[in-house]
Design a protein around this ligand. Structure first.
Ligand SMILES: *Cc1c(COP(=O)(O)O)cnc(C)c1O
Length: 386
């Protein structure tokens, strides 16, 4: 089986993890702060707070920005459910902004229209969560300008996008977002098995993220309400969680980060090769905005269904039967039963709903060989014929 994505683990990664296993600390040791410093320096941000998943990072990012009952959070309907669930965890209301059909990312023009209507009815969002689908940055300059005009904060869900760039700078540098979140799930660009990180340039937000990921407990006398009782003393000053990353995971992450640029370069080669090999097939290959350098987490093609004598499901089934683990990213979130029960309906976000019955994620990961890629292309060619 050729999967759509997979991790790459070297002997050096294994050695890094086993060294932690025989050290003094399996968790809350030196590896997590080292990993955080490394990621922050790499993307050009002041602070990074590592946690046990990007889902946890999104949750505490919302909380750190003060999202709660009565607030509204907007995101893209074409994303993993975690991008919107984080707002529901906080008791906020979720809404979506339809996508640009070329990039599959939240469309700033539609965001502006929706903000205009929301201003008229006093229902502006507190936070907008743009998702860099497939690793391609959203139009962050436009979204940032709107955040100033309409007074919302920005959390980038960059789960797909570590190592990607926007306007020549690494995603996560915080020029256009309050907080950036990366995922380290094994199918993503670099992995810690499970894991995520929240990045910010804001000292107070970083402090808040630290508290929230570990029970709301502080050992810093500056943040306590009274002098310390003694060397054992700590105070709980907020309601936090146990969202900590382990030192085993951080050691794996440190080792993986060494190969981040190499991985993204290889993903670019694979994408460029797909672009050429698929040029004569009735599929639309992924368009790239001129000011982005994608991390290429996913390579998504859209079937030109009117030119194809078979259905989307048939193409999928044939590829799976050929041993290719194609996938679909994503089922529009507002069509999930849980979200329908919140009041969303089929028809609410037409571009997202047009995308869904056309999209296929082809295999994309650094160790995919040219021969495997050729096999995928030939299997797709065969799957598109009657
Ligand atoms: C993978 C992913 C997440 C969740 O990441 P985890 O680390 O698995 O919690 C959130 N948003 C998007 C867009 C993702 O792809």
């Amino acid at each position: 089986m050729i999967p759509y994505g997979r991790q790459h683990i070297t002997q050096k990664d294994i050695d890094a993890v086993t060294a932690v296993l025989t050290s003094d600390f399996l968790t809350q040791g030196p590896m997590v702060p080292r990993f955080e410093a490394l990621v922050a320096a790499k993307v050009g941000a002041r602070h990074a707070r590592a946690v046990n998943s990007a889902t946890s990072a999104l949750h505490i990012a919302c909380l750190a920005l003060g999202v709660g009952a009565g607030d509204r959070v907007w995101t893209s309907p074409v994303t993993f459910v975690a991008s919107s669930n984080c707002a529901l965890y906080c008791g906020a209301q979720v809404d979506f902004v339809d996508i640009d059909p070329r990039t599959f990312n939240l469309d700033p023009a539609k965001l502006k229209e929706k903000l205009e209507r929301a201003r008229a009815t006093g229902t502006l969002p507190k936070v907008v969560i743009p998702v860099h689908l497939c690793g391609q940055s959203c139009n962050m300059a436009a979204i940032h300008a709107l955040s100033r005009e309409y007074g919302f904060r920005v959390i980038e869900d960059a789960s797909h996008a570590i190592g990607g760039k926007y306007q020549g700078h690494y995603i996560g540098d915080g020029r256009y977002a309050d907080i950036t979140v990366f995922s380290f799930h094994p199918v993503k660009i670099v992995t810690t098995a499970e894991g995520g990180i929240a990045i910010t340039n804001d000292d107070a937000l970083a402090e808040r993220l630290s508290l929230l990921r570990s029970h709301g407990i502080t050992r810093d006398p500056q943040h306590m309400t009274q002098p310390s009782d003694g060397p054992w003393y700590y105070q709980q000053i907020a309601l936090g969680y146990n969202y900590r990353m382990t030192d085993l995971q951080a050691a794996l992450g440190i080792s993986q980060m060494e190969r981040l640029d190499e991985y993204v370069t290889r993903r670019h080669e694979i994408a460029q090769r797909y672009d050429v090999l698929l040029a004569d097939l009735p599929v639309t290959t992924p368009w790239q905005a001129p000011d982005v350098y994608s991390a290429w987490h996913l390579y998504v093609v859209r079937l030109q269904t009117v030119r194809i004598p078979v259905t989307h499901v048939q193409v999928f089934t044939r590829l799976r039967e050929a041993g290719i683990g194609v996938n679909l990213h994503y089922i529009p979130v507002h069509t999930q039963p849980y979200y329908q029960a919140l009041g969303f309906k089929q028809g609410d976000f037409p571009e997202a709903e047009r995308y869904y019955p056309e999209a296929i994620s082809l295999p994309m990961y650094p160790t995919l060989t040219d021969a495997e890629q050729d096999y995928v292309v030939e299997a797709l060619r065969a799957a598109l014929t009657p």
